[in-house]
Design a protein around this ligand. Structure first.
Ligand code: NA7
Length: 485
């Protein structure tokens, strides 16, 4: 009910979500419904990849080249390329020679995949693996899971929404949405804790964790207000979940392997699951530790780890994404003086408010690095950026201004601020994709802004109210109309 568009009240009043966590076909149906309801399809060109975007300083326009060989000229370009849309194919030796079917969780086929009686190997134990392994294990004859890093996962407790639950949301939507936008750190309305984990005694604390565990879902880490800040507080939550894993998983060695112990809970995106840990009690599921002994190579019929061969028919790569910057980096973007964005971001992304990067005029990014983006309810954050950019374009149009660009000093200060806030938390302690740590050679920079969506929205609003403080806005000598080829 919350991870949905809020810009149109009739839409949220009329759409019927079936479950607490709607399944993929329903989310697709919703996206299609929104496209049709607001007549968006005529303005969308499908099946087109943007190859490059080059800023022409003499005319103040962008030339955007697409995979169909066309060039589109535009005054403004908005990169709405997604934070987790660039699946990472691992570079295992022998991968291309694997004889069976290979699926990446980030490129799942649109047709159903039948694992009945198949022997399946799954590489990775992040969110995508944790959600797919229990489903695959129900059908497959054998599942071998290759785990490098154990992750914390909380029961999703998914289930059908009742008419009363839907109605309660609908009646309170205006206030729920306002709170999510303005008062919550992550853009999800929830009860906020008023105390730290160490303010309660052991029994009380355990009871509170137990309540959250039973309720299920991502709000587990909101049991206390200092879990992301204080290692001792964090340890109490992490110990609770490790205890749960030990209770659920019957084989002690498997349970130990599944217990995360190299990062604070929540410092990697916490996962939610349906029967993930219990799945390892099934006789057809085996866990292989590839941290102590990494995968050597992919064989035509399996995987070799530490000289031992694990055979299977189908390989599932749940190896994640080149997050936040991956899809932007795939476009050859050239700004002022022919500088490429990839060159500028060589040592990590640099933006002002996550919305623009100095040297790249009139180029906006939706939920870019330096904004709350992946640390928040993405829909809320996307809507905030869309509104801010739309207002900004209106402001410029009304004043005859054509070119907008982040100022260097404003950008430097923002980058420092994003960094400082992140390092006041436990997040940078994990080798996470928030840090770019899952991609060999990618700079280790904490990319999202962790100051909270409410505080961030206020900052963006203040900047706009002060005539877009920190941005340079000028009237181009030579006006251009938007030309589309
Ligand atoms: P994640 O969370 O990045 O998980 C990827 C998993 O793949 C993770 O367990 C990785 O281990 C593992 N991995 C990646 N490369 C390798 C190699 N070479 N060998 C072994 N294991 C490897 O991606 P997801 O798709 O699960 O989730 C991404 C987000 O999508 C998620 O947070 C939700 O917001 C939705 P590692 O941890 O790097 O040791």
């Amino acid at each position: 009910m919350q991870y949905s568009y809020s810009f149109d009240d009739k839409l949220q009043q009329e759409w019927d979500w079936s479950e607490r966590y709607a399944p993929q076909p329903e989310i697709l149906k919703y996206a299609q419904h929104v496209a049709d309801r607001f007549n968006l399809r005529p303005d969308i060109q499908f099946d087109t990849r943007v190859e490059s975007a080059v800023f022409d300083e003499t005319r103040n326009v962008w030339s955007v080249a697409t995979s169909d060989g066309k060039t589109v000229t535009a005054k403004h370009v908005v990169l709405a390329t997604g934070c987790l849309s660039n699946a990472r194919m691992p570079d295992f030796k022998g991968l291309k020679d694997f004889k069976g079917e290979v699926y990446h969780t980030g490129h799942w086929p649109h047709h159903p995949v039948d694992f009945t009686d198949k022997r399946v190997g799954v590489i990775g134990t992040g969110s995508s693996a944790i959600q797919s392994i229990p489903v695959i294990a129900e059908k497959a004859s054998q599942v071998t899971v290759f785990q490098r890093t154990a992750n914390f996962s909380i029961p999703a407790r998914n289930g059908l929404l009742t008419a009363e639950e839907r109605q309660s949301f609908r009646q309170n939507y205006p206030e729920i949405r306002r709170k999510a936008r303005e008062e919550m750190r992550n853009g999800i309305w929830q009860e906020l804790p008023d105390r730290g984990a160490l303010d309660d005694g052991d029994n009380e604390r355990r009871a509170k964790y137990e309540t959250r565990w039973t309720k299920g879902g991502l709000t587990f880490t909101a049991t206390y207000n200092n879990i992301a800040l204080d290692k001792a507080a964090n340890d109490t939550a992490a110990d609770f979940v490790r205890g749960k894993i030990a209770e659920i998983v019957k084989d002690p060695q498997t349970a130990r392997l599944l217990q995360p112990n190299d990062h604070p809970i929540g410092s990697k995106r916490i996962c939610v699951d349906t029967d993930y840990y219990a799945t390892f009690n099934r006789p057809n599921v085996t866990l292989v530790d590839v941290k102590s002994t990494p995968i050597e190579e992919i064989l035509p019929n399996g995987v070799r780890v530490g000289g031992k061969d694990y055979e299977f028919d189908t390989l599932v790569l749940a190896t994640g994404f080149d997050a936040m910057t991956g899809s932007v980096a795939k476009i050859d973007i050239k700004g002022r003086n022919g500088q490429t964005l990839n060159r500028k971001w060589e040592a990590g992304p640099r933006t002002y408010l996550g919305l623009m990067s100095e040297g790249f005029p009139n180029l906006f990014i939706i939920t870019g690095p330096g904004s709350p983006s992946v640390l928040s309810n993405m829909i809320v954050s996307i809507e905030q950026h869309v509104d801010w950019i739309a207002d900004c374009l209106g402001y410029m149009r009304d004043r005859g201004l054509d070119v907008m660009e982040a100022k260097r000093d404003a950008e430097d200060k923002w980058v420092d601020h994003v960094n400082e806030v992140a390092h006041g938390t436990l997040y940078p302690q994990a080798n996470s994709w928030y840090m770019g740590a899952n991609i060999p050679g990618k700079p280790r920079i904490f990319m999202p802004y962790i100051g909270g969506v409410g505080a961030y929205r206020q900052i963006c609003n203040d900047v706009a109210a002060k005539d877009y403080e920190g941005f340079a806005m000028t009237a181009a000598e030579q006006r251009q109309r938007v030309a589309v080829f």
